[in-house]
Ligand binder design. Structure first.
Ligand SMILES: [Mn+2]
Length: 387
């Protein structure tokens, strides 16, 4: 832990231009320390490294792991969720996973790898930087903002707003980091995506990225639970296949941060963004902007963003963007707000779903309902932190 907290201090507040080099260095040190204790870990990391070096082409990174033979059999007294090699994720698995994680369980490595392999397969089946969602007249979609590792609050959202599968959800990024249970949150949401690919949607946030995870908790959580640097790398690969935005009924754009400063920024710029193969937000200016930007409450035009990534955009920028793309509004997350969900300026809403009692921060969910016109109706919902 010392190494990680030391790293966290040294990186605090800085934006990482080349996090992969940093990652390699940190992993090397971290592993050198901990691998001494575990021959198994060394063997596994070596096997994966060998398979990676022999791998040709662009196939799934998950092909470098064979959960059947790479790990010991599940312990006799194991009572958690099971997922065999050929088994697809089903409702029973999801239920067992929820129960197991609620009790604080750590999923055995072969199970977590199988979930990730199915997730990678699912995302690679239709790689798309801008996902377009249509809705039947009777159906609505719940847009959730940042979850940040708050597993109890995630389950509470399902309790309050409807079970996933029956209800349609869009998670607008920043599922991991900061909170105590990033792994349960991301694994459950990924498993749900596998089971309900047309009813669960996930946008990438600026925390579905290597540099942020190294300093804000997800890397430490993965290493603490699994002592497996490749598992972290594999998460990064899957994050890179997540879409950066979702367009609902051609009318509402949902993206984690906001707009880009490129001239005449439009939906085709998002459609053209690179995806997969470990791409990080800082590798592409537009991707970086839309995952990091913030709207101004008052003020016009574009300004520098003090976060170090993305820009600040005024209401005039939003208005022109919406007009140019024939959109009703923009929904984004990324900013902790007391109210759970609010209108920041005309046509731009923030929704944030990681409530915090001690800071009086409510969690929010924004539900989008189709209407008889081509406009959607927005319904805000707020909830308190579960303790
Ligand atoms: Mn964010």
């Amino acid at each position: 832990m010392n190494l990680v907290s030391g790293l966290a201090n040294s990186l605090q507040g800085k934006y990482l231009p080349d996090c992969r080099k940093t990652l390699a260095a940190v992993q090397e040190k971290f592993c050198a320390e901990r691998c001494k204790k575990s021959l198994e870990t060394i063997t596994f990391q070596n096997k994966v490294a060998l398979r990676r070096s022999l791998k040709n082409g662009d196939g799934p990174l998950g092909d470098c792991v064979n959960p059947n033979i790479d790990f010991k059999d599940l312990p006799q007294d194991y009572t958690g969720p099971r997922l065999s090699e050929k088994q697809r994720i089903d409702e029973q698995f999801i239920q067992d996973l929820r129960t197991y994680y609620s009790l604080g369980g750590i999923l055995p490595p072969q199970i977590i790898y199988r979930v990730l392999q199915q997730t990678e397969q699912c995302l690679r089946a239709s790689p798309c930087s801008l996902v377009e969602v249509d809705l039947d007249d009777e159906e609505s979609i719940h847009v959730c903002g940042d979850i940040h590792g708050q597993f109890k609050d995630l389950l509470n959202i399902f309790f309050l707003k409807g079970e996933p599968g029956k209800s349609i959800y869009l998670f607008n990024g920043d599922i991991v980091d900061r909170g105590p249970a990033s792994i349960p949150c991301i694994v459950l949401i990924f498993a749900l995506k596998c089971l309900y690919p047309k009813r669960i949607f996930i946008n990438r946030g600026n925390h579905e990225a290597c540099g942020m995870n190294l300093k804000d908790g997800f890397y430490a959580e993965v290493m603490e639970a699994y002592n497996d640097a490749f598992l972290f790398t594999y998460f990064q690969e899957i994050f890179s296949w997540l879409p950066s935005s979702t367009l609902v009924k051609n009318k509402i754009l949902v993206v984690h941060g906001g707009l880009s400063s490129v001239t005449n920024f439009d939906l085709d710029d998002i459609r053209g963004l690179p995806i997969g193969r470990g791409i990080q937000p800082e590798d592409n200016d537009i991707l970086c902007d839309i995952l990091w930007s913030d709207p101004m409450v008052i003020g016009k035009g574009l300004e520098e963003n003090r976060r170090g990534g993305g820009i600040m955009f005024g209401s005039d920028v939003t208005a022109k963007f919406l007009n140019r793309n024939n959109l009703q509004c923009l929904i984004r997350s990324h900013t902790e707000i007391l109210e759970g969900c609010i209108c920041i300026h005309a046509g731009c809403y923030t929704v944030f779903s990681a409530p915090n009692k001690s800071k009086n921060v409510l969690g929010g969910v924004l539900t989008l309902h189709p209407t008889e016109s081509d406009q959607l109706r927005l319904e805000g919902f707020v909830f308190q932190q579960t303790t």
